[in-house]
Design a protein around this ligand. Structure first.
Ligand code: IYR
Length: 219
């Protein structure tokens, strides 16, 4: 079976505009920060729907779009997720994580407590679909981690573009998410993103990012 092909509709810029665009997007994205303190101000379902559709526009292996985005605003479900995540995180911070890892996290100031899982108006739980069920048989997807990782990048940039904040939360292990959200066996939890407005007094670590020379080699 072949898919028909249609003409690509390029975004038209002059070279001068392109430099401006590239610089402006660099500066815009450089303002993104991981934020762990959320305001309880609501965010509309419409906004969350657009964020998910941006994420789902990401490239994926053989265009299988091997992902499900679970948007959670129900307080009881958020509470259950927080409780289960904190149980795992407590064990991680008290024995599962290495001394060096805990030392590396000190400047960020994280610990096992995750109030943001209840405070943020939305949690977006991203699941990767390791296979699809086609007529009752299992059909493996391709480059699933790469595809879902790219979709999460799109999602994080869309969140920032909407003036919202998030924290890439990966409680480990996170099988509990599939149970609480009643996901089928082929869906595995990949990333949990609380989404909302920042708390008025939200603080972030005073990090500096690596410069162009530090992150690139030119040939
Ligand atoms: N998942 C834990 C620990 C953690 C790990 C890394 I690497 C971070 O950059 C931040 C936190 C937690 O969410 O606290």
């Amino acid at each position: 079976m072949s898919t028909d092909h249609i003409p690509y509709q390029p975004i038209q810029f002059t070279n001068e505009d392109r430099e401006k665009q590239a610089q402006a997007y660099d500066e815009f994205m450089n303002r993104r920060r991981t934020v762990r303190n959320f305001s309880d101000q609501p965010v509309s379902r419409k906004v969350i729907g657009h964020l998910i559709m941006t994420a789902s526009s990401a490239p994926s292996g053989a265009h299988k779009q091997p992902w499900t985005f679970c948007a959670v605003s129900d307080p009881d479900t958020k509470k259950a997720i927080r409780k289960a995540a904190e149980k795992e995180e407590y064990d991680s911070y008290h024995g599962r994580m290495s001394e060096r890892w805990l030392e590396d996290l000190k400047p960020i100031g994280t610990n096992w407590e995750k109030p943001f899982l209840e405070e943020a108006p939305w949690l977006i739980v991203v699941f990767k679909k390791v296979y699809d069920r086609i007529d009752g048989t299992k059909a493996s997807n391709y480059y699933v981690n790469e595809s879902v990782g790219i979709a999460c990048g799109f999602l994080i940039s869309a969140i920032h573009n909407a003036g919202l904040v998030t924290v890439t939360h990966t409680p480990s292990p996170m099988n509990f998410l599939g149970k609480i959200l009643d996901r089928p066996e082929e869906e595995r939890p990949y990333l949990l993103l609380p989404v909302g407005l920042p708390a008025k007094d939200a603080m972030v670590p005073n990090f500096k990012r690596k410069n162009l020379n530090q992150v690139s080699k030119w040939y």
